[in-house]
Structure formats: C-alpha cells, structure tokens
Design a protein around this ligand. Structure first.
Ligand SMILES: Nc1nc2c(ncn2[C@@H]2O[C@H](COP(=O)(O)OP(=O)(O)O)[C@@H](O)[C@H]2O)c(=O)[nH]1
Ligand SMILES: Nc1ncnc2c1ncn2[C@@H]1O[C@H](COP(=O)(O)OP(=O)(O)O)[C@@H](O)[C@H]1O
Length: 194
C-alpha cells in the first residue's frame, strides 16, 4: 500500500482466468509489453511446451514442487500448479498493478483473501468452443497433451464460471484479438485512475 496524489493508493492484482486457448497468456503478455504490468510467476510440474517462453513459469519437478511454501495450489489435468504470497509481494514491489493467471479454483482463493478493491478479475472466453482446441493445435501443443487437457475435469469446469465467482467477473469474449486489446486498454485507463 502507498500514497498517490494524497490519496490512499492500493496495489492491484489483475486476475486472469478462462479455459485453455482462451488467450490468458496472450493478454498477460499484452499487459506486460504495452503497460509494463508484470505477471506474477507461478509454479508448475508440467513440462515446457514446444515454443513456450521459458519464463512462463517456474518449471518444477514433483519433488521441488512439494518443497514450496505456496499460498494456493491445484491439480489441473495431470499437473500441479501453485502460487506464493512472496511472488505476489515481489511483483507488487516493482509495479502497483500486476497480473496473475490462475484456474477458477485459484480465483476463489484470491478473491477470498483480497479486498474487492485490490483485484480486478477478467474471465476470458470464446463464442465457439471449437476455437479453443483449434488454438491449442495452432499453438503447437503436443496432440496427446491436447487430448488429455480437453478431456480433463478442470478444463470442462473452467468452460463456465462458477456461480460464486460471477459477481466478481469482468467477462471478455476473446474472438478478435484487436477488439479484446481495445477493451483491455479501457480497463487499464480506469484502473490507473483509481
Ligand atoms: N490455481 C492456480 N492455477 C494456475 C496457476 N498457474 C497456472 N494455473 C492455471 O493452470 C491451468 C493450466 O495452465 P497451462 O498448463 O499453462 O495451460 P493453458 O491454460 O493452456 O495455458 C490454467 O487454467 C492456469 O490458469 C497457479 O499458480 N494457481
Ligand atoms: N483473439 C485471438 N484470435 C486468434 N488467436 C488467438 C487469439 N488470442 C490468442 N490467440 C492464440 O491462441 C493460442 C492460445 O492463446 P494463449 O494466450 O496461449 O491461451 P491460454 O493462455 O488461455 O491457454 C495462442 O497461439 C495465441 O497466439
């Protein structure tokens, strides 16, 4: 927390969720490139994907993951994912607004712990569900990983927003990237004023 122009200025977390292929990483990268809004790095036991940025995660083994002190963690498909309070605080030291990508279970943990004016929750979706699989293929994901992912309970769950989270969500339909970016621009202008 710090003071800006005489007012109490709260650090803010932009929480990004949505099914695989909805565009979470693309939007978080846009926030970083255009607005210098860094992403809180999270941990995973999944292997790096072909063409994926090696800075996308802290890539862990089952053993190294088990030794982490995590604020929240989930099993998503066959892999573990989790984030730490230190990761968030470290990112907040460098920027008043930061983003994090989590599944909907992770969203629940964050909205329960933060004050409503400390987070802005963006839930990304697409109009046509077939688009998601097509984007994973285009992204270059391994076919077996795509199959495992789209058949997972968590992927199916995150196609919809659970009832308790709807009241917090700003839903963006990411069919057209330029349109989504314009919507993000408006959101950031608003967040920077508050
Ligand atoms: N709860 C939680 N979910 C995470 C975390 N890191 C990533 N995830 C979620 O794990 C899911 C799978 O991520 P990933 O394997 O990168 O696949 P992608 O959604 O296709 O990019 C996504 O829904 C992410 O939002 C974390 O630290 N905590
Ligand atoms: N609006 C869009 N139109 C077309 N392709 C998109 C759009 N948004 C993202 N993509 C592409 O779809 C793929 C999945 O996006 P990504 O950001 O990795 O999704 P997620 O992180 O939600 O799994 C990437 O190859 C990305 O470049």
């Amino acid at each position: 927390m710090n003071f800006k122009r005489g007012e109490l200025f709260l650090k803010k977390l932009i929480i990004i969720a949505g099914p695989s292929g909805a565009g979470k990483t693309t939007i978080s990268d846009y926030l970083e490139e255009k607005y210098q809004i860094p992403r809180v790095l999270t941990h995973t036991t999944r292997a790096i994907r072909p063409g994926e940025n090696k800075e996308a995660y802290y890539f862990e083994t089952e053993e190294s993951f088990s030794k982490l002190h995590l604020f929240e963690s989930v099993k998503y498909g066959s892999y573990q994912y989790g984030s730490s309070r230190e990761g968030l605080e470290k990112a907040w030291e460098t920027s008043d607004i930061v983003s994090i990508i989590v599944d909907t279970a992770g969203v629940k943990s964050y909205v329960e712990k933060l004050q409503p004016n400390q987070f802005y929750f963006i839930y990304l979706k697409v109009s046509n569900l077939d688009t998601l699989e097509e984007r994973l293929v285009e992204r270059g994901d391994e076919p077996t990983e795509i199959l495992k992912r789209i058949n997972s309970r968590e992927f199916k769950r995150d196609l919809q927003l659970r009832e308790g989270l709807k009241k917090y969500a700003h839903i963006l339909i990411n069919d057209n990237l330029e349109e989504t970016q314009r919507k993000i621009d408006k959101i950031i202008t608003k967040l920077r004023k508050n």
